[in-house]
Design a protein. Structure first.
Ligand code: 1CP
Length: 355
């Protein structure tokens, strides 16, 4: 498992060390836009079987690395494995996205949630991490991940995805102590889950706070950021004699980058609604920045993709601490060849800029 890392650009960039060129990976790089992914998912039968069969999860994790010159692999799994393991029973209704059979409806439901031993009920994730790490054989680092306590709570209370978050926001305003109890349980579960991923071989960690941006500034701090802070404080930050960088990503959280930096994380994922010049000014080199091409730019022509890549690199400008990424996950209907254009352009332009 400890094969030497042949490409550590990603880890070095997250430590704000100098790099020969800007490393690049893509949120949801293993997913539905890839025909080879769809083939394996079909073979698995359904999404959860794919996640819970380590050999298949490993296979789809490695698929994008065969096609594109990426500098990191991300574990193939989902943020909703935690509530599933807590007994909410995740399923995917055709064409409707993730849903829970037993959503949280009351204080009693929150109190009844079991505490998790990630090496027991989420053993399949740890087995996937170990297998992927072995199969990577030091090619690039492996990113482990989880959802933020707030983002997990939105799915747990709404019973699936939501447009207006009426149930979870109803709870926030009318019964905040129940929501805090849920968020605290989620924060403990996420901390243990991420530490178990590191023990199994993850070399960097990312926390996806996809829905933090729907909160007011005050509520963001109280109901999302506070619990990400709790996690950052509880994480193992070194493994195999090397730092395990932690990256926080709040979609639509551009206003709060300075507060997020105060958690002591190593990097921030930045969506495309903020200019990296402003993100840099807000964070003052205290963290690395990961982002932030608009995922829809990949619907444009190859020529326009190259132009947009250059703009993102220029907006970060000189100095260490940049990881190129999309500002959110790659869209399902993007032509994979367009992602190759993006990745190749990052290689070409950032190496020139640094030589
Ligand atoms: O049909 C399919 O194959 C299912 C589509 C899919 C995939 C490919 C889902 C269901 N999850 C995943 C994998 C996944 N999910 C990964 C690993 C892939 C990679 O990055 O290479 C990761 C990191 C996630 C994380 C995730 N799941 C987030 C946070 C990141 C984000 O996109 O904001 C969220 C919010 C989820 C929930 C979820 N799971 C699946 C879907 C379609 C969704 C989103 C539902 C919604 O819009 O509310």
């Amino acid at each position: 498992m400890n094969a030497e890392l042949k490409n550590d650009l990603y880890l070095r960039a997250l430590s704000c060390e100098d790099v020969e060129r800007t490393p690049v990976w893509v949120m949801r790089q293993a997913g539905r836009y890839l025909p080879e992914y769809l083939k394996v998912r079909k073979q698995a039968g359904d999404f959860m079987t794919l996640c819970s069969t380590p050999e298949l999860a490993c296979e789809v994790t490695l698929q994008p690395l065969e096609r594109f010159k990426l500098d990191a692999a991300i574990l193939f799994s989902d943020i909703l494995t935690i509530p599933d393991a807590m007994g909410l029973e995740l399923y995917f209704a055709a064409g409707e996205g993730p849903k829970f059979k037993k959503p949280i409806k009351s204080r009693a439901d929150v109190t009844a949630l079991p505490s998790l031993d990630p090496n027991d009920s989420l053993r399949y994730v740890m087995d996937a991490v170990s297998l992927i790490r072995k199969e990577l054989n030091g090619r690039v680092p492996l990113i482990g991940f989880s959802g933020s306590p707030w983002t997990l709570a939105t799915y747990m209370v709404e019973g699936g995805g939501s447009k207006d978050f009426s149930k979870v926001k109803g709870m926030l305003f009318s019964d905040p102590s129940t929501l805090h109890e849920l968020l605290n349980k989620n924060a403990i579960a996420v901390t243990n889950y991420l530490n178990a991923q590191v023990a199994a071989g993850a070399q960097s960690l990312m926390i996806f706070d996809t829905w933090g941006g729907v909160l007011s500034p005050e509520n963001y701090k109280q109901f999302s950021l506070q619990y990400m802070q709790q996690i950052v404080d509880g994480l193992v930050r070194n493994a195999d004699g090397r730092k395990v960088p932690v990256v926080l990503f709040t979609k639509n959280g551009g206003r709060w980058l300075s507060d997020m930096t105060d958690t002591g994380c190593d990097g921030l994922g930045v969506d495309w609604t903020i200019d990296l010049r402003d993100a840099k000014a807000a964070t003052q080199g205290r963290v690395a920045l990961q982002g932030n091409l608009d995922p829809s730019a990949l619907y444009g022509s190859p020529e326009s993709i190259r132009t947009e890549v250059k703009k993102v690199l220029d907006s970060f400008g000189e100095g260490p601490g940049h990881v190129f990424n999309l500002g959110h996950g790659i869209h399902q209907f993007v032509n994979p060849d367009h992602l190759a254009v993006m990745v190749d352009a990052v290689h070409e332009f950032s190496a020139v800029a640094k030589s």
